[in-house]
Write a protein that binds this ligand. Structure first.
Ligand code: AMP
Ligand code: MG
Length: 391
């Protein structure tokens, strides 16, 4: 049995980022930038109006003043108008500010009489003008290599005229659930059978971290069909097998992997839940064997599979986000492995939730955070601890 740290080191030593690719910006959401991106344009790109109203010279525009409207500047092509003292240009939100104007009076603050307006409010220089470059300067970094492209980042890249982006490779994945007791949801359940929940759980986790899931299949506990399923699965960058990695006679995964010539780099990690975790490779494909108990599969996925997939896809930040939180109860780990407690983080407090056992899927479904309690560690209620979140 090796430590989590050793497992992480061995996994990251084996895994290298996939080749980068150029894709359209509209399909780049949640991908990782493969290079730094810099602003090609300032934002705003030119001085423009923040309101529908009138562009004026503030010093000639005291409350009660009458001004002559000499033209109109809608958003769009710059009409190159010029405003002087005693004049105004009708203007709309986003339109370029005419030369000479240094303020916009909003239309709610004027009364229009034919070609004139009277101003009903005091106007200060600079009012309602969005200055060129006040949000973003040309040349400023807008996205760093390895950062995730989020909704607003995609919008920002578009605002800079990028139609395509260079991002990290897409990791393809397959999932195999093993066990004679498993039945697909939607099918009839016989005595002693259970529904296969890990296939759905792992598919969701894979998608959530950006992998492309190409196949999800169930396999009985027999070497021949397992071997065939593994051969199919290893056509992907990542293969996840759940169940059958422990020490029972029906736990065939390691044996079948070895028969197929796979290299097993890790078996058994000091982690609770999730000890029988397997990591290796079959040719180019990285194989993760996760325990069948749903909570163990979930925890080992987050601790070991997620960072590996993120690294393959070019991410630089691989760890789950840690949030400082007040602990709601006392907690002690008397066991021989670090324990990941499932809990609920709410209003700045972390409270363990449900049965802390590896089969307890309902408890897990109520949790939104994990707290790692090291071997021999005792934590007190109201202590500030760092909890991991995954959403
Ligand atoms: P195993 O790791 O194959 O020894 O399985 C450990 C426990 O997890 C057993 O109680 C299995 O019935 C359960 N289990 C295994 N695979 C799944 C699955 N895909 N969905 C739900 N439970 C499972
Ligand atoms: Mg099994």
């Amino acid at each position: 049995m090796i430590s989590e740290e050793e497992a992480r080191t061995r996994i990251s030593k084996n895994i290298t980022p996939l080749p980068e690719r150029k894709i359209s910006l509209s399909s780049a959401l949640d991908c990782f930038a493969a290079q730094d991106y810099f602003a090609q344009l300032p934002l705003p790109a030119f001085d423009n109006s923040a309101m529908d109203g009138y562009a004026v010279v503030a010093s000639s525009c005291r409350k009660g003043e009458r001004l002559r409207v000499i033209g109109e500047q809608p958003a769009g092509l710059d009409r190159k108008l010029r405003v002087g003292h005693g004049e105004a240009v009708r203007i709309f939100t986003g339109a370029p500010v005419p030369q000479g104007a240094d303020a916009i009076v909003m239309q709610e603050d004027v009364t229009r009489n034919g070609t004139d307006i009277s101003v009903n409010a005091d106007v200060e220089a600079g009012e309602f003008i969005r200055r060129r470059g006040c949000d973003l300067a040309e040349g400023q970094m807008i996205l760093g290599k390895g950062e995730r492209i989020r909704e607003a980042t995609a919008g920002l890249l578009a605002s800079q005229g990028f139609a395509n982006v260079i991002v990290g490779g897409e990791a393809t994945a397959a999932v195999i659930s093993t066990g004679d007791e498993l039945v697909k949801p939607g099918e009839e359940l016989q005595a002693g059978h259970i529904y296969d929940s890990n296939s759905v759980l792992l598919n969701a986790l894979l998608q959530h971290c950006g992998a492309s899931v190409r196949a999800v299949e169930h396999c009985r506990d027999d070497s021949e069909s397992l071997g065939a399923a593994i051969k199919r699965g290893t056509k992907n960058h990542v293969l996840i097998i759940t169940g059958g990695v422990s020490v029972g006679e029906h736990d065939l995964v390691k044996e079948v992997l070895r028969e197929l010539g796979a290299n097993i780099e890790i078996w058994r990690v000091a982690i609770k839940p999730g000890k029988p975790f397997v990591f290796g490779n079959a040719g180019e494909c990285f194989v993760f064997g996760l325990p069948g108990n749903p909570v163990s599969a979930f925890v080992t996925f987050l601790q070991f599979v997620r960072p590996a997939i993120l690294r393959m896809m070019g991410a630089t930040s691989l760890d789950l986000r840690q949030v400082p939180t007040k602990l709601a109860v006392d907690l002690t780990n008397d066991g021989d492995r670090p324990h990941y407690i499932r809990g609920r983080l709410e209003d700045g407090k972390f409270m363990p939730v449900g049965r802390q056992e590896s089969h307890a899927l309902f408890g897990l479904s109520q949790a939104n955070a994990l707290l790692r309690v090291a071997v021999g560690q005792s934590l007190n209620a109201d202590e500030i601890v760092g909890v991991q979140i995954w959403d």
